[in-house]
Design a protein around this ligand. Structure first.
Ligand SMILES: [Zn+2]
Length: 131
């Protein structure tokens, strides 16, 4: 499957959690979603939406290394707009490494007019956490 196919068929409302190399999990590999030719005109606005959405969990203690480069991000930091949930470093993967966002997330962000909520009215435990 191409990254575009994977993005179209993504069935969850969380995104951006990757399988660590040689990890035995059902998580996707980040490589399955990389397509540097994915350059929608509103990509910058989508990345801003991701970075400006409320932080829902900041468990901290340490940093996680990007799987693809030497960048670091805060470990355990999640963001959400109340419908979708993603790790705070997703914007790095999208902006730097050409990760394609799921089609439904793209449509959702466009539908919101690129304006994330300032706070969530959804309890944290009700967010779509990965299994
Ligand atoms: Zn990186």
């Amino acid at each position: 499957m191409t990254p575009t196919d994977r993005a179209r068929d993504w069935e969850h409302t969380w995104f951006g959690v990757w399988r660590v190399e040689h990890g035995e999990t059902d998580l996707p590999s980040v490589h399955e979603f990389i397509d540097p030719s994915w350059l929608p005109a509103d990509k910058d606005q989508m990345i801003k939406y991701l970075t400006r959405s409320p932080v829902v969990v900041a468990t901290v203690a340490g940093y996680s290394d990007c799987l693809l480069c030497s960048a670091r991000s805060e470990l355990g930091c999640w963001q959400s707009d109340g419908t979708w949930l993603w790790p705070a470093d997703l914007e790095h993967y999208v902006g730097v490494h050409g990760v394609v966002l799921p089609s439904r997330l793209v449509e959702h962000i466009r539908h919101q007019g690129y304006n994330p909520p300032t706070e969530l009215d959804v309890p944290i435990e009700n967010l779509p956490w990965p299994d």
